[in-house]
Design a protein around this ligand. Structure first.
Ligand SMILES: [Zn+2]
Ligand SMILES: [Zn+2]
Length: 248
């Protein structure tokens, strides 16, 4: 995933429930572009889907605007498009923070009326503007929180389909055969390895992007469990691929 830059006020949909302009800096006349971390949007969409209600976000702050925001850190993740503050009507911030923790988000700040999340890579949890440290919000993440949503997102990037985290016909059509005999190395292999591991097929081993014997064994095991033709191969439209992508 990467940070993409949009023009301010860009109305295009970047996931099923978010438009680019929702991430714009809230200052006026201070900036004209909006950087958005794809990983941040993927997390927000996952949260949106889970709670099933609109998520109201404020995200990017240019340095000029950030300097005017009370309690803002000078080098805030908001200044890089990597953070969002948000609330959801009818959902307590404590519930949101708990869920955010459970899906593997590393930067979480709980406030009385909203939650802050960011895409930092080492854990930092806190409560309120006083930044009281927290070790957990009660939502212990699964050992590997590589969700279906993140998996589909990575697959779409790997095969060159439009990226929204939800698999459809376009994703299937762009898929190439992934197997030890054909595409031994492909970015989509890496995503499949991570996803199979997260589903408990730990024999897939280390995710290295290479379809070898371990990959074949894990795919075959998955196929047997799911009533698919057990040949260790993933092809564009086979049942295995549809099951992995959450389409069957
Ligand atoms: Zn600005
Ligand atoms: Zn924030």
């Amino acid at each position: 995933m990467a940070i993409k830059t949009y023009k301010k006020f860009d109305d295009q949909k970047i996931t099923p429930n978010f438009r680019a302009r929702e991430f714009d800096c809230q200052g006026s006349g201070c900036c004209s572009a909006t950087p958005i971390d794809e990983e941040l949007v993927a997390y927000l969409q996952q949260i949106r889907t889970y709670f099933g209600k609109p998520v109201h976000v404020t995200a990017y702050r240019c340095k000029t605007h950030n300097a005017k925001v009370a309690n803002a850190a000078p080098n805030s993740y908001h200044c890089y498009g990597m953070a969002a503050d948000f609330h959801i009507d009818g959902v307590k911030p404590t519930e949101i923070a708990k869920y955010a923790e459970s899906i593997g988000i590393k930067g979480i700040g709980l406030y009385d009326t909203f939650v802050h999340i960011d895409t930092r890579t080492s854990k930092s949890f806190w409560y309120s503007h006083a930044q009281q440290r927290r070790t957990t919000f009660g939502g212990a993440p699964k050992k590997d929180a590589y969700t279906l949503y993140g998996f589909v997102w990575d697959v779409q990037n790997a095969v060159g389909a439009s990226v929204d985290g939800i698999a459809g016909p376009e994703t299937l059509n762009k898929t190439v055969t992934l197997s030890a005999r054909k595409n031994r190395t492909h970015k989509a292999v890496l995503a499949v390895q991570k996803r199979l591991f997260a589903l408990g097929y730990t024999e897939v081993g280390e995710a290295d992007g290479i379809a070898g014997a371990k990959f074949t064994a894990a795919v075959t095991h998955f196929q047997k469990d799911n009533g698919c033709w057990a040949d260790g191969e993933i092809t564009a439209k086979n049942q295995t691929w549809k099951k992995l992508l959450g389409m069957a």
